[in-house]
Write a protein that binds this ligand. Structure first.
Ligand code: FAD
Length: 464
């Protein structure tokens, strides 16, 4: 169907649509089709920006009836560009922005198109927080449905471990609630299974008392990386859950508050978030500092959690080129440490980075088969990300990422966090769900037998 015909059909068939349709002829189309990763350049035939859950249901039914490719867009952050599609329909949820905090019950109800920065600002007013990611512009929808890891993971678990309820528009257009007591199989599947099962129009999350934290980075010379990583791999799993600290390779951002003499210097580091009593933070971090060379910078301070949650936003604005790879790891043996040190020193651009996100602590309290997220026994999620502003460097950043990943993959647990992968094929998706994959295919067959929701890390319906 041409985009012109599609627009005409959408206008005539989707009665009472309160949102907005954008077609390739519209002046805003170029801006509206863009996603966060500048490497993704797709041209949907129609962008439907829903205003409420009824709009969502109408667009889903329309796409289903016409057998159209349908991409669902939350915050548009997905590295593989899963929030858009060539020649199909983009269902843009950015109009679903409601946020209701219930401080007494310590919960928050969030519209399916919110970003985490919006949620953090609202819950932060009450000194409450839900575990999420480390960049505030990331969408609640995609991050949550894939799992959700960040500064509060060791203490309070993955984002899905704090999900209490979701309103879901199914492929049929019907809207249902998924929770521990309603549609339990769907509730199990959406906690890690991505956007495979329907469109979530609202999420209800549990909140925790997190006001001020002690956070920020410690940076060491990249030449010290092997020594620091050897100390870190022992130190962190033995630390209290109040201490989160992800290991990273990065370059010092060329802007205040970083001292000018360090700007753009390649470093290894740990980015801390301590949620215990602020006066105990230094003691919690001390064993690592004692076991490692003198850092270049120990930039840790007390701050409101939302400030830490958005601290890296200026380094990573929308529109840059991104190439991702990821893995789960149980241990970091000496051979892996040496490879990390080699590739960390070879970062191709200053925004390129590698993070080892802790996945122990509260993540281990939940069993492998309790949610779709299968890797409850690993200690870290590794992400390799080649990043640069210049499209001319796309090959260079992709090459470094792939080479780094391939060198370290033999030391991994097999699968990866689906939210930090590119389009890497069905076997990679299967590996990432491990023993939960078969059950996911059965639930997929029950809720989306024709695989309408397939612009994602796709779980094929059983029997298809
Ligand atoms: C700079 C950056 C930093 C990141 N940091 C972290 C981090 O710290 N922790 C972490 O866990 N992840 C992180 N991520 C990864 C992030 O979780 C994924 O990119 C995620 O897919 C983004 O969700 P989104 O809604 O913004 O994406 P989109 O591109 O809009 O959507 C991604 C996928 O989710 C589906 N989806 C989105 N919303 C809904 C919904 N309401 N209902 C149904 N399906 C939906 C889409 O269909 C699509 O398949 C980061 C990503 C970036 C780019």
């Amino acid at each position: 169907m041409s985009s012109h015909t599609l627009m005409h059909s959408a206008r005539s068939e989707i009665q009472g649509f309160k949102g907005q349709f954008v077609s390739p002829e519209d002046p805003s189309y170029e801006k509206d089709r863009a996603v966060y990763n500048g490497m993704i350049d797709r041209r949907p035939a129609l962008i439907a920006r829903a205003a409420d859950p009824q709009d969502v249901a109408a667009v889903v039914s329309f796409a289903n009836a016409h057998d159209l490719l349908l991409a669902v867009r939350g915050g548009a952050h997905n590295g593989a560009g899963l929030g858009t599609v060539d020649d199909g329909v983009v269902l843009d949820l950015s109009g679903l922005k409601s946020i209701e905090v219930f401080p007494g019950a310590r919960t928050v109800r969030v519209g399916g198109g919110c970003t985490w920065g919006e949620v953090d600002a609202a819950t932060g007013e009450y000194g409450l927080a839900c575990p999420s990611g480390i960049i505030s512009t990331t969408g609640v929808g995609g991050l949550t449905l894939g799992g959700g890891l960040g500064h509060l993971t060791r203490r309070y678990g993955l984002t899905i471990d704090n999900l209490l309820e979701a309103e879901v528009v199914l492929a049929s257009g019907e809207s249902v609630r998924a929770s521990a007591t309603e549609n339990q199989d769907l509730f199990w599947a959406i906690r890690g299974g991505g956007g495979n099962f329907g469109v979530v129009t609202s999420f209800l999350f549990r909140l925790h008392e997190v006001g001020t934290v002690v956070g920020g980075p410690t940076f060491w010379a990249v030449e010290d990386a092997a020594e620091v990583l050897r100390a870190y791999r022992k130190f962190l799993p033995a630390s209290s859950r109040e201490l989160n600290g992800f290991f990273a390779f990065a370059s010092v951002p060329p802007a205040p508050p970083f001292p000018e003499e360090l700007h753009l210097r390649k470093v290894c580091g740990v980015v801390w978030c301590y949620t215990g009593r602020p006066e105990d933070a230094a003691e919690a971090m001390a064993p690592l500092l004692a076991a490692t060379p003198e850092p270049l910078l120990h930039g840790v301070q007390e701050m409101p959690l939302p400030a830490l949650q958005s601290a890296f936003d200026p380094v990573y604005p929308a529109g840059d080129q991104w190439y991702w790879r990821a893995d789960f790891v149980r241990e970091i043996p000496d051979a892996a440490v040496d490879l990390h040190a080699k590739f960390g020193a070879e970062m191709p651009t200053w925004q390129s980075t590698m993070h080892l996100y802790p996945l122990d602590g509260a993540v281990h309290d939940i069993g492998t088969s309790d949610t779709a997220w299968a890797y409850r026994d690993v200690n870290w999620g590794t992400v390799y990300a080649g990043v640069d502003k210049d499209p001319a460097n796309a090959d260079k950043i992709s090459r470094w990422t792939i080479d780094y990943f391939e060198a370290l993959h033999p030391y991994s647990a097999g699968g990866a966090y689906i939210n930090m992968m590119m389009d890497e094929g069905q076997e990679r998706v299967r590996a990432s769900y491990g023993p939960n994959y078969d059950r996911l295919t059965q639930i997929k067959a029950a809720y989306d037998p024709r695989n309408l929701f397939r612009i994602n890390q796709n779980i094929a319906p059983a029997g298809s």
